[in-house]
Design a protein around this ligand. Structure first.
Ligand SMILES: Nc1ncnc2c1ncn2[C@@H]1O[C@H](COP(=O)(O)OP(=O)(O)OP(=O)(O)O)[C@@H](O)[C@H]1O
Length: 321
């Protein structure tokens, strides 16, 4: 079977959309009845986040950079959305705008119908660098947001302990961040964000600094948390498999300017596990993401950076290659 691909939405590059998938893979648009039913249910939920014609420029010494151009996207309640794209396509800029840490020049961003203007408790954030306060214990890190919002010490402590129980770190309540592994720190960061009961959790490469095994465990933890609480997640990643494993839909951006290239409904059934990584629908989605992100026409910021000529520093005169 060799079928040509038609994009599900917003594909701006027609040459990519006509590339055939490898013969042995199904069309990534094909969904089982269960997956179809899941999406039908999802689209009946309330829209939480509405992004309309979002535009963002940066002034640089080289001139004005159009980082995001006319981004249109809706996220539904309890949806898990991953954002993926080549380096420089504006993934971090988008998540910073949604977090209220970056201004924008055009369009609208509405959370529950209200314009996003600056950071707020209705948006939780977990970014790659460990952002825990090193001088506070794990419990006091989780209590921080509640104390800031005027909650009493006892109530804050009880909520923090409940969260630590949920993420399996009760025994570390009185430990300091430097006593934790990278994965444990990110679990605390997730608890610290969720204890404030945000409407949406914004995660920018949260597992990017973890080793492969810890990353895999964290993906499972996150899916477990997401399944059990009323939270919507927007998750930025570079990792194609991570996006497929986690997301309901994947927002694929392209660079220069950052634009929506395609929105993919992940056809892999839930519950997800790494055992599905070789399933036909997983491989078909991966092949499509590969085409979009690494295809001939895809552009990556790192493509622009020529490697400087290397000074030879070895005294051994035979070549290793
Ligand atoms: N503060 C800034 N000043 C000037 N230009 C910026 C700034 N932040 C981002 N940019 C530019 O905006 C574009 C999008 O950057 P952004 O960091 O959002 O991309 P990204 O997709 O997250 O990249 P990466 O995957 O490498 O982290 C890039 O061209 C970048 O150079």
């Amino acid at each position: 079977m060799s079928e040509s691909i038609t994009n599900s939405s917003n594909a701006s590059d027609q040459s990519l959309s006509t590339l055939p998938l490898p013969d042995f893979l199904p069309d990534y648009h094909v969904q089982s009845p269960e997956v179809k039913a899941r999406f039908k249910k999802l689209y009946q939920r309330k829209i939480i986040l509405e992004i309309r014609d979002l535009v963002k420029h940066f002034e640089t010494p080289q001139g004005k950079v159009l980082a995001l151009n006319k981004i249109n996207f809706d996220i539904y309640r309890r949806e898990f959305v991953c954002v993926i794209g080549p380096s420089g396509c504006g993934k971090s800029t988008l998540s910073r705008i949604l977090a209220g840490l970056e201004s924008y020049d055009g369009g609208t961003v509405l959370l529950d119908g209200k314009a996003v203007e600056g950071p707020s408790r209705d948006r939780g954030m977990v970014f790659q660098g460990y952002t825990l306060f090193p001088w506070r214990t794990v419990k006091h890190n989780v209590m921080f947001g509640l104390e800031m919002s005027g909650k009493g010490k006892h109530e804050s402590e009880q909520s923090a302990l409940q969260w630590l129980d949920l993420i399996g770190l009760s025994n570390f309540a009185d430990a300091y961040p430097h006593q934790l592994s990278g994965g444990m720190k990110q679990r605390v960061a997730i608890a610290r964000a969720l204890v404030n009961e945000p409407r949406i959790l914004l995660m920018d490469e949260p597992f990017g600094a973890l080793d492969a095994q810890t990353r895999c465990k964290m993906q499972k933890h996150l899916l477990e948390i997401w399944r059990n609480i009323d939270i919507t997640i927007l998750f930025v990643t570079h990792d194609l498999d991570e996006a497929i494993l986690l997301a309901d839909r994947i927002l694929v951006l392209k660079a220069h300017p950052g634009e929506v290239q395609e929105i993919i409904e992940v056809p892999v059934p839930r519950p997800r596990s790494e055992r599905q990584i070789n399933s036909p629908e997983f491989l078909a989605t991966r092949a499509r993401l590969d085409q979009l992100i690494h295809g001939n026409n895809a552009h990556d910021d790192t493509d622009d950076e020529p490697l400087s000529p290397f000074v030879r520093l070895t005294s051994v005169d035979d070549n290793v290659e």
